[in-house]
Design a protein around this ligand. Structure first.
Ligand code: HEC
Ligand code: HEC
Length: 359
């Protein structure tokens, strides 16, 4: 009996060794990752609807990192992989959730140790056409910007970028994905950044109710939405002078008089980059600090709440240099909110191309 137990013991040890060698051994055949990567290509295409013609010129795709199907597919896996954080708990997709147009519905967002980010998570809207990035309007390419959250001590905490590359090199599904995308199995943080940037540039948001009506006189709009559109475009209200063109975006930073004394001065003097308003109906809470819960509160700020900050943008002032009061009626306020809701693109937030491949 003793012998039998001994034999059993020996067998189980050697079994364990055998199994662990198999895992670590280099001659083990490559295991396809258990990722549901759909066949839908993610490649760069110019097939934005014609009304995007005047923003096409802002395309920020660099010559040395064209968007390809394999590159953005790798970027997609990286985007949703929690291994990009120090303790494997947070991915880009934790804060940038597709069903909320890549925002997260929170005022501030918990990072890898549960500590909160210092600003509200931005939605990701047609990143290909952005001229500056983040709330402070940094003039750096995505190839640099995407490494910021990874290294950030509150967000993902992987401060040493060489460790990041070494870490991913050991993950079984990456070598093949890097090989397909860049023709090398050797992972570097530069290639990680390139792939993530390609995934961002593959995003296409162009099928909102607003887009469907664009070449049809907005015949699909309700009377209230039409009224809101007119108010939005009205020079006296000024919305469209800042939230410009078809992305309702502008790369410059401005002070819109949220406070007299800003706790976060943004790019300096309380200025923040003008965010895109696409999908704004689903990306609250609003502003760089998530201070407003509803669009009605945002509209009320512009209507009656603008503070006489010394750096208040001139578009926010009346002819006497005082903060503008729009004096909108209740119906007009509701109309502006109704118009903002026409900018929600259901196709973008449900398309499997940009969804989580680990789910
Ligand atoms: C803990 C939450 C969190 C995580 C994780 C996170 N982000 Fe962000 N993201 C933010 C916040 C907050 C901002 C605004 C930062 C600022 O302005 O200071 C932002 C801004 C951005 C922007 C700028 C958008 C614009 O319109 O300018 C991009 C692009 C972006 N993140 C991509 C990523 C990528 C790629 C990853 C993963 C490598 C990632 N984020 C991980 C919270 C997060
Ligand atoms: C002077 C330029 C300017 C004008 C005019 C302007 N905005 Fe803004 N808007 C901004 C800036 C800058 C921000 C971000 C401010 C911040 O977070 O501190 C912003 C933020 C917003 C947000 C929240 C965005 C988000 O992602 O949280 C909404 C909604 C909005 N504006 C709608 C409007 C409407 C509606 C009007 C017209 C009544 C208008 N804006 C007029 C510059 C402007």
């Amino acid at each position: 009996m003793k012998k039998l137990i001994y034999l059993f013991f020996l067998l189980s040890i050697s079994g364990t060794i055998f199994i662990s060698c198999q895992k670590a051994g280099s001659d083990v055949p490559y295991q396809a990752p258990e990722l549901s990567l759909p066949d839908v290509p993610l490649d760069y295409t110019d097939d934005f609807p014609s009304h995007f013609a005047n923003v096409q010129g802002f395309d920020n795709t660099p010559f040395d990192n064209p968007t390809t199907d394999d590159g953005s597919t790798l970027g997609r896996v990286l985007f949703y992989d929690t291994k990009l954080s120090l303790n494997n708990t947070v991915s880009c997709g934790t804060c940038h959730q597709q069903n909320k147009a890549f925002s997260d519905g929170k005022k501030l967002s918990p990072g890898f140790e549960g500590q909160l980010s210092t600003r509200n998570t931005m939605s990701l809207i047609n990143p290909r056409f952005s001229t500056t990035v983040t709330w402070t309007g940094q003039t750096i390419p995505y190839e640099e910007q995407v490494l910021q959250p990874i290294g950030n001590h509150l967000e993902m905490g992987l401060e040493n970028l060489d460790h990041l590359a070494t870490k991913l090199q050991k993950v079984d599904y990456y070598p093949e994905l890097f090989d397909k995308a860049f023709g090398t199995t050797e992972i570097t943080h530069e290639l990680i950044a390139k792939a993530l940037s390609q995934f961002l540039r593959s995003m296409k948001c162009s099928q909102a109710k607003y887009d469907q009506g664009f070449n049809n006189d907005f015949a699909n709009f309700t009377a209230l939405e039409k009224m809101g559109k007119a108010l939005f475009e009205d020079d006296d209200n000024g919305c469209a002078n800042c939230h410009r063109s078809v992305n309702f975006y502008y790369g410059n930073e401005m002070n819109i008089g949220l406070d007299m004394d800003y706790a976060d001065e943004g790019a300096g003097n309380g200025t923040f980059r003008i965010p895109s308003l696409r999908n704004i109906g689903i990306t609250g809470p609003f502003m760089h600090d998530g201070r407003f819960e509803t669009l009605a509160e945002v509209v009320e700020h512009y209507n009656s709440g603008v503070q006489p900050h010394p750096y208040l943008d001139w578009r926010m002032k009346d002819s006497n240099g005082e903060p503008k009061r729009l004096d909108l009626s209740e119906t007009e306020k509701q109309a502006l909110v109704a118009f903002l809701h026409t900018l929600t693109d259901e196709a973008f937030i449900t398309d499997v191309k940009w969804s989580d491949p680990f789910e």
